[in-house]
Design a protein around this ligand. Structure first.
Ligand SMILES: NC(=O)c1ccc[n+]([C@@H]2O[C@H](COP(=O)([O-])OP(=O)(O)OC[C@H]3O[C@@H](n4cnc5c(N)ncnc54)[C@H](O)[C@@H]3O)[C@@H](O)[C@H]2O)c1
Ligand SMILES: Nc1ncnc2c1ncn2CC[C@H](O)C(=O)O
Length: 480
């Protein structure tokens, strides 16, 4: 739809007032973004930027979007997951701080909670399709927007969109059919869009992996900044954000007592560490599975047994995947689980759980309990409870990470957008990280907001540890 010149597709514009109230409260908890608005108030460094954003459309993301606009950008937005949109936040962003549902004056948003796969890719295409000149920046989470541009340009060059294989996931089939229709409707659309992009800033681990793969293959169409590996992003959002939002999702989804239960956490990276702490904080007996001896040893040193999933299945009450990998919990595993074991994923994509294999399991019966909570009953009688259909449950069953930790992540996003948009000629078609000085700048803002008091190095001390009095305080290879 278009109202007052603002394109949008959201659940219900009348939710905007509620969304605006929560956005106002969130701003107080997002000191990094508010500091950047003050720092760049009159400079408008993003004037001329046309940012296409694919990132969970939450209250926190609304503050990010309105920060980009405050710095001069034009923005179009879609969510990067079919269940993660908060409809009141989406409505508030379309209406804007000064508009009304009748006369919106905000930003085009194409997102609602509970999209189908077809609707998801329709929203993603709309987010990338501008009147006149196309986007000149992408802000991505997981890489779907970047993939649409790259695959679109690739298939335009090949002159054909390939057909999906029989064992391809539905998502890929839907993606290819959207591209087939898009290439028919407008020849050369994606090649043109790709050539107009100055750069992409990527939010998450899985999206960053895809960028490095594109770069390694020499296929990256534009420079990229890996926001995930800013220390003030992944060592905070991935860990402390999950510590907060994992049990939120399990509680809202099932209201099952977590204390005393056996909870299996697959993966002990940044997210897995937060997940284990979240569950142990509720009194669960946490067991970790890992492929990497270093992370496995960390888990043991943190007091968690490290076992193979097959070993711990007979006693597991809760199984959570956090790996960024695929095929971690298969239908055969689920068939061997205890009655009413809770199964969920907090990795970026749903392919960590074998949902297709579960749906095909002989004699399986599906019972929807409520939105994003499904019981799957095996023929011999036991059932499992799957959250958010295997999609990231902290956003599907709850509201994701809290504002303060997203302020860290999104401050890095805004800094990265300014860096790439204003200095894109200095960048090649490679993947970059932000300098440590900017990481420490983000940390300083949030440290102050929590009342932290930094100790000042003397000149002699600085020389002794070979750093500058004002930082950077660590070498590039320091691990935190
Ligand atoms: N839900 C959220 O809010 C949220 C937030 C941040 C990141 N993420 C996503 O979570 C995922 C993990 O992110 P991360 O930063 O922790 O990545 P990471 O690489 O730090 O950790 C993943 C861990 O999983 C392990 N692993 C890989 N395959 C495995 C397998 N088959 N069995 C057991 N362990 C295995 C790896 O060794 C690694 O230690 C990514 O998809 C990321 O995009 C989600
Ligand atoms: N509240 C949130 N708003 C937007 N994105 C969120 C929120 N909580 C988790 N995420 C996922 C983004 C996260 O940085 C990632 O890496 O996936």
């Amino acid at each position: 739809q278009t109202r007052n010149g603002v394109d949008y597709a959201v659940a219900d514009l009348s939710l905007a007032e509620f969304g605006r109230k929560e956005i106002r409260l969130a701003e107080h908890e997002m000191p990094g973004l508010m500091a950047l608005r003050r720092e760049y108030a009159e400079a408008y460094p993003l004037r001329g930027a046309r940012v296409s954003g694919s990132l969970h459309m939450t209250v926190q993301t609304a503050v990010l979007i309105e920060t980009l606009v405050a710095l001069g950008a034009e923005v179009r937005w879609a969510s990067c997951n079919i269940f993660s949109t908060q409809d009141h936040a989406a409505a508030a962003v379309v209406v804007g701080p000064y508009g009304t549902p009748e006369q919106p004056r905000g930003v085009p948003v194409f997102a609602w909670k509970g999209e189908t796969l077809d609707e998801y890719w329709w929203c993603t295409e709309r987010m990338l399709t501008w009147d006149g000149d196309g986007p000149n920046m992408i802000l991505d989470d997981g890489g779907d927007a970047t993939m649409l541009v790259h695959k679109g340009a690739e298939y335009e060059k090949a002159g054909v969109v390939p057909s999906a294989d029989d064992n391809d996931p539905d998502e890929w089939r839907v993606f290819l059919s959207l591209l087939r229709a898009s290439l028919t409707a407008e020849a050369g659309k994606w090649t043109k869009i790709g050539s107009g992009i100055r750069g992409v800033t990527e939010e998450t681990t899985t999206g960053v992996l895809r960028l490095y793969q594109l770069a390694a293959a020499g296929e990256l169409l534009f420079p990229a900044i890996n926001v995930n590996d800013a220390v003030t992003k992944s060592k905070f959002d991935n860990r402390y954000g999950i510590r907060h939002s994992l049990i939120d999702g399990i509680n809202r989804g099932t209201d099952v007592l977590i204390g005393g239960k056996v909870a299996v956490v697959c993966g002990y990276g940044d997210v897995g560490k937060g997940a284990a702490e979240s569950l142990r904080g509720q009194g669960a007996r946490v067991v970790v599975t890992e492929i990497d001896p270093i992370c496995a040893l960390q888990a043991l040193m943190d007091g968690y047994p490290v076992k193979k999933l097959e070993t711990v299945l007979p006693e597991a009450d809760i199984v959570i995947t956090t790996t960024g990998n695929k095929d971690v919990v298969m239908a055969e595993h689920m068939a061997r689980m205890k009655h009413q074991t809770i199964v969920g994923n907090i990795g970026h994509f749903d392919n960590e759980l074998d949902m297709a294999g579960l749906a095909r399991y002989p004699g399986i019966r599906h019972v929807n309990i409520k939105p994003q909570v499904d019981e799957w009953v095996f023929p011999e009688g036991h059932s499992i409870i799957v959250l958010s259909e295997g999609r990231l449950l902290n956003l599907g069953n709850a509201t994701g990470h809290p504002s303060f930790v997203m302020s860290n992540s999104f401050s890095n996003q805004v800094i990265a957008q300014i860096e790439l948009f204003t200095k894109y000629e200095e960048y090649d078609k490679e993947v970059y990280r932000l300098p440590k000085k900017l990481d420490e700048k983000v940390a300083r803002i949030h440290l102050a907001a929590l009342g932290g008091e930094l100790t000042k190095l003397s000149k002699e001390q600085a020389e002794y540890i070979d750093v500058d009095v004002d930082g950077p305080f660590k070498t590039d290879h320091y691990r935190y």
